[in-house]
Design a protein around this ligand. Structure first.
Ligand code: ZN
Length: 131
């Protein structure tokens, strides 16, 4: 039982699909850039330490971008699976219907705001609990 209207579901699934297309384009663009001739020049025969550093920096930045994009694509795939299963918008932790405003702000949200906050609270501070 999903209390989102067909229209809301439609709008959110369109936004998810658009975001996915953008991310895939972004990944393609980054991959193209890192394999471009310019990049090949940088990594190539140059042999100069500065160029190698620049190439390595470029590679690190690209990897970070791809890791971020792929992480988001994974969230999108999960949201699509929930859409297909008719469970989109239903909190994966407590099973209540997630507020549509939250979904509009964050269409791939798995959890309702309450469960998300609880999760962030229990997970984040472990490293700082020295007192
Ligand atoms: Zn919940």
């Amino acid at each position: 039982m999903n209390s989102l209207s067909a229209e809301q579901l439609d709008r959110l699934s369109t936004r998810i699909a658009e975001r996915k297309r953008m991310l895939l384009e972004d990944v393609r663009r980054v991959l193209k850039r890192t394999s471009s001739e310019r990049y090949a020049d940088l990594v190539g025969e140059a042999g100069d330490a500065g160029d190698e550093a620049a190439a390595s920096l470029l590679r690190d930045v690209s990897e970070a971008e791809i890791v971020r994009d792929v992480g988001e694509l994974r969230d999108i795939a999960a949201a699509e699976a929930r859409l297909a299963a008719g469970r989109y918008g239903i909190c994966t932790d407590c099973g209540t219907v997630t507020d549509v405003k939250r979904l509009e702000a964050y269409p791939t949200a798995k959890r309702c705001i309450g469960c998300q906050q609880r999760r962030e609270k229990t997970r984040a501070p472990s490293r700082y609990t020295g007192r």
